[in-house]
Design a protein around this ligand. Structure first.
Ligand code: NDP
Length: 453
């Protein structure tokens, strides 16, 4: 790490205290850009990285709502409008009790580079709340979403800022949010993506992040003339991303053997077939139950409860060739990364955002495995959100096949960009550098063109 990046990081930490996830995301990008900034002093003198680190706008607001017992509840709402150099702010909303400013800033920062990589005209943003939809009734979730949107609607719009889902925000929440936006603004527009199919949503949007992460893994394997056929895959999480990751792994002939939630994980050596996956989808999307029930339902499945004191996650300690972390940030620590490598994993395609700690990333890079970082590997979700925006503007929906083909092409192009950029900046095969540099250059050049704004 150069002296310049070291002093930049010291400043980031001093200016943004108590935001470790944000520091981590910035450090990873800054590290990748060292050689770019050396070769292109114009970016450095324009203080490009310093400007990208500072959000264009941060919104924080009170979200009061009433629960089913008539008690008043108060949550905190956020929207980080990070960068609009190449398009309207775009990025999901997360509802989870762990949500805070630092986590959303890390997600918004990542989103800028990811959106740039998709080849579509989208800036970066992220938002959400510390509201926990788990255990709440549909009516409580609706009242919360209505209150949240009552404030957010002033700041967003189809040409300004277009939110989508993330952890805790799925079809149900997007519906409530969209309904309230339409009611307050008296306009039916593509202000949110991930909408229902009957009211402006795109086919393949629910599938897009998981499918995309598997397409990216297939692209990486193709560089070694290999495919996913017959590969054993570890998948974490059991929400939107994990479910469609498993579906696509099955379609390409692989075998997924794990799924998890915050309570624990299941190991099914026989493989999570499409029939078993249908059970998971019903369990998680309709009944909103726990993954433990999978082990009660099917024979020869081992359920292991989460043990926070263990220092590692046993899910990552099974024999396999591929890993698809699809739950949350920092779910693979340095020990987990070592366990994965020792168990034979040589393909990691990140469905979750920043699921691997920096030391874990280093283990993967040192081992020379096919490591697809989140910005590249999970960009399929936002890419199809971009395609949803296009269809909304045209007022014309595309077929499933048309959207899926475009998704596949976009994942192919992202892979190509990563490879080319890694090669150009002297680290061939390093997808982390490739993604960070590819994402940076497009945004930086747009910012140069637009002057000091
Ligand atoms: P969901 O809410 O649908 O599912 C999240 C899953 O991860 C659940 O199984 C949840 O378990 C588990 N999980 C969440 N937080 C934790 C935690 N702290 N510890 C253990 N398990 C946890 O979210 P998504 O599938 O949409 O998102 C998963 C990841 O993918 C996130 O990192 C998100 O940012 C990323 N992502 C999502 C995109 C999308 O299109 N949805 C696009 C790009 C990235 P439990 O129910 O017990 O909390």
């Amino acid at each position: 790490m150069s002296e310049y990046i070291k002093s930049l990081m010291a400043e980031v930490k001093a200016k943004n205290p108590s935001e470790p996830e944000f520091h981590q995301a910035v450090e990873e990008v800054a590290d990748s850009l060292d050689l770019v900034l050396e070769r292109h002093p114009e970016y450095r003198s324009a203080r490009m990285l310093e400007r990208m680190i500072e959000p264009e706008r941060v919104l924080m607001f009170r979200v009061p709502w009433m629960d089913d017992q008539g008690k008043i509840q108060v949550n905190r709402g956020f929207r980080i409008e990070m960068n609009s150099a190449i398009g309207p702010y775009k990025g999901g909303l997360r509802f989870h009790p762990s949500v805070n400013l630092g986590i959303l800033k890390f997600l918004a920062f990542e989103q800028v580079f990811k959106n740039s990589l998709t080849t579509l005209p989208m800036g970066g943003g992220k938002g959400g709340s510390d509201f926990d939809p788990k255990g709440k009734s549909d009516n409580e979730v609706m009242r919360f979403c209505q209150s949240f949107m009552t404030e957010l609607q002033r700041h967003i719009g189809p040409e300004t800022d277009v939110p989508a889902g993330d952890i805790g925000v799925g079809g149900r929440e997007i519906g409530f949010l969209f309904g309230q936006y339409k009611r307050l603004r008296n306009e039916f527009t593509g202000v949110l993506t991930g909408k229902g199919l009957n009211w402006g949503g795109s086919l393949i949007r629910p599938e897009a992040t998981g499918y995309g992460a598997v397409y990216f893994a297939a692209e990486m394997l193709a560089t070694r003339n290999e495919t996913l056929d017959g590969r054993i895959c570890l998948v974490s999480g059991s929400g939107n991303v994990a479910q469609y990751t498993v579906e696509k792994i099955n379609a390409l002939g692989g075998k997924a053997v794990t799924l998890s939630d915050s309570g624990g994980y299941i190991y099914d050596q026989a493989g999570i077939t499409d029939e078993k996956l249908a059970f998971v989808m019903e369990l998680k999307n309709l009944r909103r139950g726990r993954i433990k029930e999978y082990a009660d339902k099917f024979p020869n499945v081992v359920y292991t409860a989460t043990d926070a004191s263990a220092g590692f996650n046993p899910l990552w300690n099974h024999k396999a060739e591929c890993a698809f972390p699809s739950a949350t940030q920092n779910e693979i620590n340095a020990k987990d990364a070592q366990n994965l490598l020792e168990n034979g994993v040589y393909v990691v395609s990140e469905g979750a955002n920043m699921p691997t700690v920096l030391d874990g990333v280093k283990h993967f890079l040192d081992a020379g495995i096919l490591y697809g970082p989140a910005k590249a590997a999970n960009a399929g979700g936002v890419a199809v959100s971009g395609l949803e925006m296009t269809q909304n503007s045209m007022r014309l929906p595309w077929t499933r096949e048309e959207v899926d083909n475009r998704l596949k092409q976009i994942m192919h192009d992202i892979h190509e960009t990563c490879m080319t950029m890694a090669e150009r900046f002297e680290t061939p095969g390093n997808y982390v550098n490739g993604a960070n540099i590819g994402g940076f250059l497009k945004v930086a050049d747009a910012m140069m063109d637009q002057g000091l704004v």
